[in-house]
Write a protein that binds this ligand. Structure first.
Ligand SMILES: NC(=O)C1=CN([C@@H]2O[C@H](COP(=O)(O)OP(=O)(O)OC[C@H]3O[C@@H](n4cnc5c(N)ncnc54)[C@H](O)[C@@H]3O)[C@@H](O)[C@H]2O)C=CC1
Ligand SMILES: O=C([O-])CC(=O)C(=O)O
Length: 330
């Protein structure tokens, strides 16, 4: 039997596609481990609380030993009350032909209200992961409405991009994906992102062969950056299980630490690291010791990387300016 204190975890968009893949892994112990009891709070719009009730019934039917309780609400003040983790999935997904930034007007307001509710009601140790698109700028909006929460507790999901990059590289190199490390995806979770193999290792050894520049520029970078659109075209709706899986490992690594000498990609409010623009929520190479994310320091940036990082960060600055112009952030 578990002796740990229960942790309150809030998931928004609980009746949606991603949540349907996420909640069961969370309740099974995928983030905190099997021995830490979880109190789940499901936050949905009023019209979808009935469907969230159905998901809760299925969660009950799994009899997960670590699932202590489930509450469903349409009120952010209740939903985030005492939350130590807040996974903000609830938002409209894009359809074919849309870019994620097209969702800014539709979804931005959600994150203003939720940022305020997190500020006023969440636990002091709250960790926030924004999944709903455009994820980086939604995280920026939420963070700016939560002045009492340390800025670095607001993150956006770029682990899916990171995992997509690892998988493409594993196929190209004929390597087990678990042997590869030190990939980073800089910038925005958008088509401008820069999946970067400059520091790639296989089994701890730098990879110097098998990845020619032409393949990287013409195939790898655009393939990873446009994978979300490719999934929408082929599947008919946006990535769900892979987004849920990435969310679980993002939170797991944050809470329980990244493996020794390993790193991952996290979108965090920039402090100006690697020439990025302070404040915007950008993909950076990060490690965790189970406390806070720490940006990996001391990497060299060359003339191939610089303009690609700058272009994606410029898009984040543009989105930031748009949300200020829309009145979503003062
Ligand atoms: N960052 C990433 O890597 C990825 C992000 N996404 C994004 O995640 C979001 C969710 O995707 P899906 O689950 O497929 O969408 P979905 O449409 O299946 O589910 C979204 C759910 O959010 C709920 N919702 C809407 N407004 C809400 C609010 N104010 N409070 C609480 N719940 C609210 C809806 O009622 C719906 O049940 C989309 O914006 C999508 O673009 C999707 C894949 C990857
Ligand atoms: O592309 C989308 O709209 C959904 C998403 O963020 C992804 O799959 O990376």
């Amino acid at each position: 039997m578990s002796t740990s204190a229960p942790v309150t975890v809030t998931v928004t968009g609980a009746a949606g596609q991603i949540a349907y893949a996420l909640l069961f892994r969370l309740a099974a112990g995928g983030v905190y481990g099997k021995d830490v009891p979880i109190r789940l709070r499901l936050l949905e719009v009023t019209a979808a609380t009935g469907a969230a009730e159905g998901v809760a019934m299925e969660l009950e039917d799994c009899a997960f030993p670590a699932l202590a309780s489930i509450d469903i609400t349409d009120d952010p003040a209740v939903g985030f009350d005492g939350a130590s983790a807040a996974i903000l999935v609830g938002a409209r997904p894009r359809g074919a032909g849309m870019e994620r930034a097209d969702l800014l007007t539709a979804n931005g307001a959600i994150f203003r209200g939720q940022g305020r509710a997190i500020n006023n009601h969440a636990a002091d140790d709250v960790r926030v992961l924004v999944v709903g698109n455009p994820a980086n700028t939604n995280a920026y909006i939420a963070q700016r409405h939560a002045p009492d929460v340390p800025a670095e507790r607001f993150t956006a999901l770029m682990r899916l991009d990171h995992n997509r990059a690892l998988s493409q590289l594993a196929t190209r190199l004929g390597a087990p994906v678990g042997e590869l490390d030190r990939v980073v995806v800089w910038g925005n979770h958008s088509a401008t992102q820069f999946p970067d193999v400059s520091y790639l290792t296989r089994g701890g050894v730098p990879v110097t062969e098998g990845l020619d520049q032409q393949w990287l520029t013409d195939e790898f970078i655009p393939r990873v950056a446009k994978r979300g659109s490719e999934i929408i075209e082929v599947r008919g709706s946006s990535s769900a299980a892979s987004a849920a899986g990435a969310s679980i490992v993002h939170m797991r690594d944050w809470v329980r630490g990244t493996p020794d000498n390993s790193w991952t990609t996290v979108a965090l409010p920039s402090k100006g690291e690697y020439g990025t623009v302070p404040g915007v929520v950008t993909g950076l190479p990060c490690r965790s010791d189970g406390g806070e994310w720490e940006v990996v320091e001391g990497l060299e940036i060359d003339e191939f990387q610089r303009p690609r990082i700058d272009a994606s960060v410029a898009e984040l600055v543009d989105e930031r300016d748009q949300v200020h112009a829309l009145g979503l952030v003062d």
